[in-house]
Design a protein. Structure first.
Length: 108
């Protein structure tokens, strides 16, 4: 009875880990296993991968290329050929503010 309960708990933990990460860990019941540690590590790995994807997708310019046209929509943005940029005031480490331009998806 206790073994069934333990297996049910482990299975539910593994399924909840599957919902977050898509991985399944299989181990022998005689071997000690910390499902919470595995869940935490998988979550950290997923967060790291997401941060890398976000960093790769962000394109920030300190100056726009020539020929950009400012367009007023919900917010002002710049249309530069196939690319679109939104102005953003960035406060650096020395508390000086400067304008940078962040690439955005084409406005609808």
């Amino acid at each position: 009875m206790r073994l069934k309960l333990t297996l049910c708990i482990l299975l539910s933990l593994l399924l909840s880990t599957l919902a977050f990460s898509g991985e399944i860990v299989v181990t022998k019941s005689s071997k000690p296993f910390d499902a919470f540690a595995v869940r935490d590590q998988v979550l950290k790995d997923a967060q790291w991968q997401q941060a890398l994807r976000m960093q790769q997708q962000i394109n920030i310019l300190q100056a726009l290329p020539s020929g950009c046209v400012m367009t007023q929509g919900h917010r002002p943005y710049f249309h530069c050929g196939q690319q679109f940029y939104r102005p953003y005031n960035y406060k650096g480490a020395n508390n000086g503010s400067k304008k940078v331009y962040i690439q955005i998806d084409p406005p609808k």
